[in-house]
Design a protein around this ligand. Structure first.
Ligand SMILES: Cc1ncc(COP(=O)(O)O)c(C=O)c1O
Length: 377
């Protein structure tokens, strides 16, 4: 089946009682335990609506099993900690999502885990391992600079050394990129973004092999953080339109990126679909489309970046991303605010960098809105 069909028909839970076409919502938090081995319980990550989503995501990502969490960070932190403990070393990337970056800097030392931040290229990631490295965490395209990593190269290198690779595929979605097919061990999504897609859910998922999923699930049962039945049902419903939404968002993002590139008040545009973008050729070998996320640098102007944001009429300055509506944020004061100004400068996240999450509106309306709001130089 193609992705569009998988989104609609895979996973789910057949309603054999009423023969409705949707998965029923199973609200019970208590299930009868006699004469069954794996009795459902919400925090055991084994209730029916959770399973329905996991099955669909496994088909979409080409995984054997997965664990559905109540946030993307719950998925990411549990996936890392399931394979890295005291005495081990983890390779992260400078350009990981700010929350994942902060998880390492805030928590790893007290957990006895050592770590190294590598630059956004496979060579730098591979050369950062030590003999204690157990996990490599990557993201591509990166947030917010849309940097592209050679996924196959990192995966191959890690596999030869029995190092577990964890990849955040939130920006790309399973519609445009399938890291497990490229050799990655565990794929993590913040489902709060494209999977939910309507800016009304908070969830996350890790999908992988059956063996790794059971290791993640074992730790998850200790830590908690499962998703409730109704949110799982809403997520399953959202996933039915994932391909439709992401295809339109990618198409729109390409059109908007071109327009911004030709705009006099924009200094630079970061979008993997632009042929002059440094990561374009590599992206072409590992992505089916280039996604709905782009960033741009407002050309030097004397005004505060928030003045531009306040002039926007349709595009909403908002913290999250991946919804059907176009949203924008200034990463230096939002997603990456916990990273020091010095570190942000080193990575290339300037105060005038804007991250745009392109929605499903007509791109002409978004271009016109950005145009009227950009400072005239
Ligand atoms: C790329 C990426 N990964 C992970 C996360 C964390 O997800 P959540 O906020 O659902 O915990 C985010 C949130 O913004 C994100 O953008």
């Amino acid at each position: 089946m193609k992705k569009q069909t998988q989104c609609v028909h895979s996973g789910g839970f057949r309603d054999s009682l009423m023969r409705g076409v949707n998965t029923p919502v199973f609200m019970s938090s208590a299930y009868e335990y006699l004469d069954r081995d794996d009795c459902p319980y919400p925090r055991y990550f084994n209730t029916p609506n959770l399973d329905a989503v996991v099955k669909k995501m496994c088909v979409l990502e080409g995984a054997e099993d997965g664990v559905l969490f109540s946030s993307g960070m719950a998925a990411m932190s549990t996936a890392i900690l399931a394979f890295a403990g005291a005495g081990s070393h983890v390779v992260m990337m400078d350009e990981l999502y700010g929350g994942t970056h902060a998880f390492a800097t805030d928590q790893f030392h007290r957990l006895g885990i050592d770590y190294t931040f590598a630059a956004t290229d496979a060579e730098s990631i591979c050369s950062s391992i030590t003999e204690d490295t157990r996990v490599i965490v990557i993201e591509s395209p990166t947030n917010p600079l849309l940097g592209i990593i050679d996924i196959r190269k990192v995966a191959r290198f890690a596999k030869e050394r029995a190092i577990t690779t964890v990849m955040d595929n939130t920006f790309a979605t399973p519609v445009t990129q399938n890291p497990l097919e490229l050799g990655i061990d565990i794929v993590v999504h913040s489902g709060t973004k494209y999977l939910g897609g309507h800016s009304d859910l908070c969830c996350g998922i890790a999908v992988t092999s059956a063996e790794r999923a059971s290791q993640i699930r074992a730790l998850a049962r200790n830590l908690g953080g499962s998703l409730d039945a109704f949110a799982s049902y809403l997520l399953e419903r959202s996933l039915k339109t994932l391909a439709l939404r992401v295809e339109r968002q990618s198409e729109n993002a390409g059109i908007i990126a071109e327009a911004l590139q030709n705009h006099g008040s924009v200094a630079s545009v970061y979008y993997p679909g632009l042929t002059n973008f440094p990561g374009h050729a590599l992206a072409k070998t590992q992505m089916k489309a280039y996604g709905g996320m782009l960033s741009f640098e407002v050309a030097h102007s004397n005004e505060n970046p928030s003045a531009f944001l306040k002039r926007l009429q349709i595009v909403k300055p908002a913290l999250s991303l991946g919804g059907v509506e176009t949203t924008i944020c200034c990463p230096a004061v939002t997603s990456h605010v916990k990273i020091s100004a010095q570190e942000r400068q080193r990575i290339g996240i300037t105060d005038s960098l804007m991250r745009l999450s392109v929605g499903i509106e007509h791109p002409d309306d978004i271009i016109a809105d950005l145009d009227q709001a950009l400072p005239s130089n």
